[in-house]
Ligand binder design. Sequence first.
Ligand code: TXA
Ligand code: MG
Length: 314
Amino acid sequence: MTRLLSPHDVAEAARLLRAGELVAFPTETVYGLGGDATNDAAVAGIFAAKERPRFNPLIVHVPDTVAAKSLAIFDARATLVARHFWPGPLSLVLRRGADCPVSLLASAGLDSVAIRVPAHPLALELLRATERPLAAPSANRSGRVSPTTAEHVMTELRGRIAAVLDGGACRVGIESTVLDLTSERPVLLRPGGVPSEKLEALIGAIATTAADAALRSPGMLQSHYAPHLPLRLNVRDARPGEALLAFGPDPPPGFAEIRSLSERGDLTEAAARLFALLRALDRPEFTGIAVMPIPEHGLGAAINDRLRRAAAAR
Ligand code: TXA
Ligand code: MG
């Protein structure tokens, strides 16, 4: 059952979110599929509800710049554009702060995080009531158009999420502009609600991903994370010195260390732990990371996609 909540039910929506449930909410751009960004399981649930075939990093929503600065490192450019365009349809990709509490899954394992302050009174009220940053991609199933009314969200996600907070139709209707400020050269990752000319007027020339993609990451993988150690997939037997990323109840013996994605073989739990465990095992004392076979259904497809790319990156 997915409940339709009215603007008077913000406290209830906040309660659900704090309990790890998913609640779609309106922003000025499109409806977001919200989950507690600090809760790995909630973030994994977002990918499951959307049936995303890949772990793209998600936009994290906060009520103000002060909250944003507790998650990421702001340089002068970031502070300047935030002052001009927040609240508003602009997402900034910044380096994660040292104690950034945002789930690594929301960052798709990257050292960066995309943040925005939405310009919608109900979204801001919800963020303040929840007192957590909310990860929220557009509230549609993968491959469908972004929803701009609560009814659209219901059509897309009924039965998959706890609730939809109904705030009427979205004003902007297209997603936020995504601006990457993690390097010296600002890069436009996605055109959106704030025109890039307006951003250039403030911080100078901005490269587009098309022009910059080759430089940045072969194969457009700005959302790519690969461990330093070699990765061996579909493993059933140990090699000397390897660490094992296990899945299911019976990991094979002989590994230097074993960490489990999910002992009970639960793919959502596995997704929630994936990036944190890859990082935990990526240590020079091991010769490599072996990964047990992961079923290809449900979130398994996204997990395997990410593992294959990490393995091929060597
Ligand atoms: O208007 C919007 O931005 C809506 C509303 C709900 O706020 N949200 C939205 O989120 O469109 P989503 O997850 O559908 O789009 C996220 C975009 C993707 O293009 C993703 O690749 C990029 O932001 N992105 C997020 N985090 C990133 C990161 N750390 N590095 C690079 N790109 C990132
Ligand atoms: Mg989308």
